[in-house]
Design a protein around this ligand. Structure first.
Ligand code: 9MR
Length: 368
């Protein structure tokens, strides 16, 4: 018994060393392996854009060919006052991306969340309209030719597929989505324009997204793609719905993307895949079970999850244009702080020490 445990340990360590040395030699990378299939992206944060995280920078430039700013293009940051725009970090990101041939997906023009303080409780429809038009025109125009694409509207749907009761719907009416795409097209004719949301692989919400796309198309307004965010749980990945969504969205003639991929391993208080940043729950030790490391059984299932997911993506590679992870490494993930603050989650392909996990090699091996 003891002997077999020892030989199992020796085998595991030697596999790990093999993997890590392969990685160190940089013979391979995600973006190189998937070059003929689709773009491989990551969300990047402010320190990474400012060059303050050199280990992450090495991963970003070696492993990825697309980036999405995790927060710095949200209206709260880029448009903090009526006439005040703060472009410094976004401009820096453009420089960084140009220097490393990374395609930028601008995230995001119109989102009900993370709005600037001055417009959160705005009462007058005229003021909301002014903000809306001014924001899209200014930001989209400045980055025309610099960003490859925009999430023009983000998370406009409720789980039942109806339009979310956001300040935009309330004050501007349902046509705000079409208007946002029109304004974006005019201000940034060179960027691809996308609708982005979580859980739109689920039938009811998917029907809502299809209705949005069809409405734009019927009005002759350009929409180039749809982003399925992909915040899933490692052991509850909705494969059937994902595949069905790839097919249905693609049948509408738009590109399909997975835009914020991560596979959380921690218990979810509501047993749900909603990624609503406003949902919060209180901390308890029971809800943070893997503070000191992930059990092998979970790690194995996590690896299998990523492997099966990428198998599915490869099967539909002609319909998928990009797969973006929501963060470079586990330490950066929003899932350490949501929906419960202070937890230790393990959702990405690189660990807290910036090292690739087994899932990374499995995902790459699928391309051979
Ligand atoms: O990862 C982002 C986190 O750092 C922010 O605090 C949060 C609020 O702005 O947004 C997170 O990113 C969200 C993305 O912009 C839209 N889809 C859900 C993402 C996870 O909440």
């Amino acid at each position: 018994m003891r002997k077999s445990i020892v030989s199992f340990l020796v085998m595991s360590v030697s596999i790990l060393i093999q993997y890590q040395s392969l990685f160190a030699q940089q013979k391979t990378s995600l973006q190189k392996s998937y070059h003929n299939f689709f773009l491989i992206g990551t969300a990047i944060n402010a320190p990474q854009i400012q060059g303050l995280d050199s280990k992450a920078s090495t991963l970003i430039t070696n492993e990825f060919n697309a980036v999405t700013p995790e927060n710095i293009m949200k209206s709260e940051v880029i448009h903090p006052g009526w006439e005040v725009y703060n472009f410094s970090l976004a401009d820096k990101m453009v420089e960084y991306a140009q220097a490393h041939q990374l395609k930028i997906n601008g995230h995001t023009l119109i989102w009900h969340s993370q709005l600037p303080a001055f417009m959160k409780h705005m009462q007058s429809a005229d003021s909301v309209r002014n903000f809306f038009v001014n924001h899209i025109e200014t930001v989209a125009k400045r980055y025309d030719g610099k960003v490859f694409s925009w999430d023009v509207v983000n998370e406009a749907l409720e789980e039942d597929g109806t339009l979310r009761k956001s300040i935009f719907l309330e004050k501007l009416g349902a046509s705000y989505i079409a208007e946002a795409f029109q304004l974006a097209q005019k201000a940034s004719p060179n960027a691809e324009l996308y609708y982005n949301d979580y859980n739109i692989e689920q039938p009811k919400k998917r029907a809502g997204a299809i209705a949005i796309i069809k409405d734009l198309q019927a009005k002759g307004i350009r929409i180039d793609g749809v982003g399925i965010q992909g915040h899933w749980r490692y052991n509850k990945i909705p494969f059937k719905e994902i595949e069905q969504s790839i097919i249905e969205f693609s049948n509408l003639g738009v590109k399909v993307m997975f835009t914020e991929l991560d596979l959380g391993v921690l218990p979810n208080p509501w047993d749900s895949d909603a990624a609503d940043v406003n949902m919060k729950a209180t901390y308890s030790a029971k809800m943070n079970p893997y503070m000191n490391g992930l059990p092998d059984s979970v790690q194995m299932k996590f690896t299998e999850g990523y492997e099966s997911l990428f198998k599915l993506f490869i099967k539909h590679k002609n319909k998928i244009s990009r797969v973006t992870f929501w963060g470079v490494h586990d330490g950066q993930s929003w899932l350490n702080g949501w929906p419960i603050k202070g937890r230790t989650n393990y959702p990405l392909l690189f660990d807290r020490n910036y090292q690739p996990k087994e899932a990374y090699f499995k995902v790459i091996a699928l391309t051979k």
